[in-house]
Ligand binder design. Structure first.
Ligand SMILES: CC(C)(COP(=O)(O)OP(=O)(O)OC[C@H]1O[C@@H](n2cnc3c(N)ncnc32)[C@H](O)[C@@H]1OP(=O)(O)O)[C@@H](O)C(=O)NCCC(=O)NCCS
Length: 202
């Protein structure tokens, strides 16, 4: 049995495959992606509080996270979604310190595509941590989860996030007009993608 087989739990349902992903992913240079547990609620909530103004500009869930109970509920939802093969959310730990989160959502087990999302604390920005985390998640998607296409969707104006997609070699496919309601109003959303045969994973 290969490492991928050992770390993935797959359960057949019709002709679909439920994917719950490995618990831990090593992204190199001291960066570890680990599935959250309920014990992480406190540290996540503290980081959301400290970064609320930056996060709420582009991540609508920030405004709905106003007590640690909401973070507990998020963790319960994430665990259920993982079991159902819908999302895989990982905390980012750089040299043992929690710095943010990244994960896959909208996992389509029939047509084999998924989308990646992320956030990081301001104190850890500008070091390439999210770029490395995304590169590891894209490798997971193509090499271990059998995906054909990986997408990143970014609001027009979120230049740092657009830079991540471009740095990873994703192609800009187009813009979905007024596709997300943000505090600043309805945002146009850029769709970036990479296909399995295009990805340079190293
Ligand atoms: C979007 C967001 C995740 C970007 O974070 P980031 O720190 O800029 O992204 P990275 O970790 O990839 O770092 C890139 C920077 O590190 C630098 N860097 C250093 N070492 C690097 C390396 N080994 N590899 C890549 N970049 C590296 C890059 O040059 C770049 O620097 P710059 O900011 O001077 O251009 C962050 O701003 C954020 O959390 N924003 C709020 C939430 C959000 O918008 N989420 C995304 C919604 S789509």
């Amino acid at each position: 049995m290969g490492a991928g087989d050992q770390s993935l739990r797959r359960a057949r349902g019709g002709n679909e495959t439920v994917i719950s992903g490995p618990d831990v992913l090593d992204a190199g240079d001291g960066l570890v992606l680990r599935h959250f547990t309920l014990d992480d609620a406190q540290v996540i909530y503290e980081h959301v509080q400290a970064n609320r103004e930056r996060l709420r500009r582009y991540l609508p869930w920030a405004d709905r996270t106003v007590s640690i109970e909401h973070t507990f509920q998020f963790l319960l939802d994430a665990s259920a979604a993982r079991q159902a093969g819908q999302w895989l959310v990982y905390g980012l730990w750089q040299d043992g310190e929690f710095v943010g989160a990244a994960g896959t959502h909208d996992i389509d087990r029939v047509d084999h595509h998924l989308s990646i999302g992320y956030w990081i604390s301001q104190s850890a920005e500008g070091r390439g941590i999210v770029t490395r985390a995304c590169r590891r998640l894209i490798r997971l998607a193509f090499e271990e989860l059998g995906m054909e296409r990986v997408e990143i969707r970014v609001a027009v104006g979120n230049d740092r996030s657009c830079a991540i997609a471009a740095r990873l070699g994703l192609k800009l496919e187009g813009v979905l007009r007024h596709a997300q309601k943000l505090p600043s109003g309805y945002a146009d959303i850029r769709v970036y993608s990479v296909l399995r045969g295009e990805f340079q994973g190293s």
